[in-house]
Design a protein around this ligand. Sequence first.
Ligand code: AMP
Ligand code: GLY
Length: 423
Amino acid sequence: MNILLLGSGGRESAFAWKISQSDQCSQLFIAPGNGGTGAYGKNVNLNPNNFEAVRALVLKEGIELVVVGPEEPLVNGIHDFFAADSALSQIPVIGPKKEGAILEGSKDFSKQFMARHGIPTAASRSFTKDNLEDGLAYLQAHAMPVVLKADGLAAGKGVLILDNPAEAQAELKLMLSGKFGDAGTTVVIEEFLSGIELSVFVLTDGDNYVILPEAKDYKRIGQADTGLNTGGMGSVSPVPFASQAFLDEVERDIIIPTVNGLKKDAIDYTGFIFFGLIKVNEKPFVIEYNCRMGDPETESVIPRIENDLVELFVAAGKRKLKDYKLNISPKNAATVMIVAGGYPGDYEKGKTITGIENIRKSLAFHAGTILETGVIKTNGGRVIAITSLQDTQFEALQSATADAARIYFDGKYFREDIGFDLV
Ligand code: AMP
Ligand code: GLY
């Protein structure tokens, strides 16, 4: 079958790499893709949020399966658009409709959802301009630190952790008067949880689910988890501090109530659910939901899945995940993200990348790259994810880090410590 994958990051490179290995894939189209995805299929330069352009491509190329990588088209309703169009409605879309994507699209909604279904999460209250005074009083009495979250999508920047009430009150006022645009019309004030974070993923068909390998991502720009938050500087899978007993608890207390909660709320959900978790005193709590896979977690998760990914997606699209058995490699994956100098602040693009052919024991999943007249150049902040799959975590970390050093471009930076805190 012909398959369309939407997105352009390292996550989509990992999906494309795996989809292209399937016997069931005749032709893979990646829209828009990046400088590396052309190795796995055909890049098509269109914006995934332009649904009419997606429709035209799907009809022209006889696409029979659509996989949506990023959250934005989902939150904007791409699955609803397909469902409402008689020429597209029979084509399975991996990714929820708007009513499911709101789990990521509105933090206020997700907190209410968790409260309704008894899912463990930090205590919180939501405020708008209309009850700003109550919000200020709430902060005055709140334990510090405290977490302020813009309700809507804010490109990963809408979460602030503050150490004193006056600062938190000032930030609440700024957020409610437009610091994050419409995303901050409602602000969730949340209890700060202290613990260690990990990411757990399921693919659900609306009735059943399969649990994918768990992962841990490293969000800070600097070595030893210092400096600004980024989209993710690296990841590992499996996660050494997630024992089977802990993961069983995650399934019982978080995954099952979430999938059942969606059903109880009559939200028909086909796609990934990403559980951003924090382990506090051995217990899992949900920090956030995402309606997609993580990046750079996917780059560590996908290489550990031994099944045919297209078969898995088709089963999800047909609501046949019940009894689907996922075969997970016992090997260890480590991903090191190579980024542009200046990221996550301002950075330059268009730097020539060399040395990709010199990597020895890893996969190079392109992210912010572009192929220009045969030359690979940088085209984003997160440039290339280097993933190594090895027998031990230490070997995987060493190979990924060593291979990341073999790639060069002006201003290149990567963290040399990803995962070493865990071994
Ligand atoms: P989010 O966008 O909700 O994932 O938040 C971004 C990051 O902020 C998370 O990955 C955590 O590191 C941190 N964070 C969010 N909520 C909390 C919380 N309640 N307690 C501690 N840290 C948090
Ligand atoms: N790595 C975190 C995310 O994808 O949101």
